[in-house]
Design a protein around this ligand. Structure first.
Ligand SMILES: Cc1cc2nc3c(=O)[nH]c(=O)nc-3n(C[C@H](O)[C@H](O)[C@H](O)COP(=O)(O)OP(=O)(O)OC[C@H]3O[C@@H](n4cnc5c(N)ncnc54)[C@H](O)[C@@H]3O)c2cc1C
Length: 312
């Protein structure tokens, strides 16, 4: 018996969310007194997975789409007491398909470790993350898909073994083109995000946003209208209909704080808002607020941060 964890990689390296998933699986497995089997297509650096709690690493040649991967994982679930999947774009397609194929009970948008086992009980974000609900997974195969960066990573001094297996799956669709976002820091995994909205007036003004992101090692993001008008790429659109982020620091510049925007960012641990309008709704969700003109505030902030970094 075991807890199965799906481990995603990108260009030969494991995603940060995959370490979080493995470490989630380990903590759940400890509650059930069982072991962790990490399933991955990449076994070259499997020792990294042992360090986050994988007792066994199973290398399989993964199909290209979520449906195919779900079918492959489903064939490994006979002995599984539970499955952990990071809620990445790929993970979000695997979870429901796996639950449907294996009669599993799935918690998406999960934001806690299991509160109990038998039945498995977890907390999840509900109503576009405006509420939190506690649910029980009563099926024979509980599947937990968690919000990346919401649980944290626990490193252990672990060892384990790596095996490979031949498992086939059918891709029911074909990926014909892939456009990779060009940002320096991947938005869904970023620990800090600098985001800007229509208050920036035009795409020519994003230089200061990129400078601020650069000095903080942050990813850049934007509100929906900004990507709709074409000022920024769609890969930067955050919110209810865009990417959901959960960084330690979210800086919102010239964004009003509409409910649909907040739905994708309100789980951020610290929110800083810069807006000329002291009545902007975003201030209600902010930990720190600056009422001021972004064109004055941001260059000063960049200078101050550079001076601070130079001095420390
Ligand atoms: C079904 C649906 C889904 C949606 N999904 C999303 C979504 O996923 N994400 C999303 O973002 N939106 C979404 N929206 C749109 C959302 O309702 C808002 O219209 C949008 O978030 C507003 O974008 P904004 O804050 O950039 O622009 P605005 O509402 O125009 O706000 C601009 C802000 O900039 C401030 N400002 C102006 N000048 C300056 C300055 N010089 N310095 C500092 N501040 C300044 C203003 O005071 C204002 O608060 C959705 C809407 C619908 C109906």
């Amino acid at each position: 018996m075991s807890v199965l964890v799906f481990v995603e990689d990108w260009n030969g390296s494991f995603k940060k969310a995959s370490f979080e998933a493995t470490s989630y699986a380990k903590r759940w497995a400890n509650m059930m007194n069982t072991q962790v089997v990490a399933v991955t297509s990449n076994s070259t650096t499997s020792s990294e997975l042992h360090a986050y709690g994988a007792d066994h690493v199973l290398q399989i040649t993964l199909t290209k789409t979520g449906m195919g991967i779900a079918e492959q994982l489903g064939q490994l679930c006979n002995d599984a007491q539970g499955v952990v999947i990071a809620g990445t774009a790929l993970g979000k397609t695997i979870g429901p398909a796996l639950a449907a194929l294996n009669n599993g009970s799935l918690s998406t948008n999960t934001i806690s470790l299991p509160l109990s086992i038998n039945p498995t009980e977890v907390k999840r974000g509900a109503f576009s993350s405006k509420g939190i609900e506690t649910i029980e997974l009563n099926g024979s195969l509980p599947i937990i898909s968690f919000v990346p960066n919401s649980i944290g990573i626990a490193e252990i001094t672990g060892e384990g073994e790596t095996n490979s297996k031949d498992i086939t799956g059918n891709d029911l669709m074909e990926i014909t083109e892939v456009n990779v976002a060009s940002g320096k820091v991947a938005l869904p995994e970023a620990e800090a995000v600098v985001s800007a909205g229509r208050g920036l007036k035009g795409p020519e003004n994003w230089g200061m946003i990129e400078e601020l992101a650069d000095v903080l090692g942050a990813a850049t993001a934007c509100s929906k209208p900004v990507s709709d008008i074409g000022w920024r790429p769609h890969s930067e659109h955050v919110g209810q209909t865009g990417i959901q982020v959960n960084p330690n620091l979210y800086i919102a510049i010239g964004i009003s704080g509409a409910i649909q925007h907040l739905a994708g960012v309100s789980a951020s641990k610290t929110i800083v808002v810069v807006n000329t309008d002291s009545e902007a709704p975003f201030f209600k969700a902010a930990d720190y607020g600056i009422v001021g003109d972004a064109f004055e505030v941001i260059p000063k902030l960049v200078d101050a941060l550079r001076a601070f970094k130079a001095a420390s």
